[in-house]
Design a protein around this ligand. Sequence first.
Ligand code: GUN
Length: 294
Amino acid sequence: MTARIIDGTAIAARIREQLLVEAQSFTKRTRVRPGLVVILVGDNPASQVYVRSKRKACLDLGWYSDVIHLPAETEQRRVEETIDKLNADPLVHGILLQLPLPDHLDEQTLLQRIRPEKDVDGFHPLNVGKLVLGLPAPIPCTPLGIQRLLIEEGIETSGKFAVVVGRSNIVGKPVATLLMRKGPGGDATVCVCHSRSENLPQIIRQADILIAAVGRPHFIKGGWIKPGATVIDVGINRVDDPDAPRGYRLVGDVDFENARAIAGAITPVPGGVGPMTIAMLLHNTLWCAKNLTA
Ligand code: GUN
């Protein structure tokens, strides 16, 4: 059996079309155009690529978007002032502080400085709390995109055994929370594994749904996967490839070629979760714009 390839690019394009229509009717009614500003500190090459595509996605829908690019050595106080200004700017409904930050900056203090109502990443402790409680709030983009992929693909989560590999604040913890919440794309039995987990292959072999978010290229082997399982690969790892135009290529956390022979459905890298993250960022920006305008 060869796994069905889940086309995140196509699903994300459909969602963007829906958001375009939804935003047009919102703007017509309120005269408000959704606005997103991304703060990028330093020159992390991968972050620069992500930030550019986030801005472009907004502009493509005719929304307001800007990137504030600060030098790597910017002081904490300067970043705080930048956030304060955006918090007070009525044209800005979403503020995204691109991670990772340079080591001298205090990530949590900065994330907590963003007005929770403009927190399109859902990283503010208030929004994390709301996510856990099942209250309305912006939900982290990658986890929300994963859940939406499962729903759009008609993959049943209710009662299924979902294994999340990785316990980050950006993906592992929130996706585990979403999968165990009540409702569509939820009601799963969730197990979270990480670098200290023992017997990882044995646990993964039981997964009906596997979410791989470790950030290590080809860490999860094809032979670990349960036949017919759904595999969602969140990894975007650069590996050297002298034959590739840029000298590297992108691979996931899962050994794709071997996994696809065993899984029932699998997301490719690139073209799986990545485009969904951006679609959900747009979704959250519109959500925040609506809530701030109500
Ligand atoms: N870095 C990698 N993924 C993300 C994300 O979803 N949001 C932010 N702010 N930074 C990231």
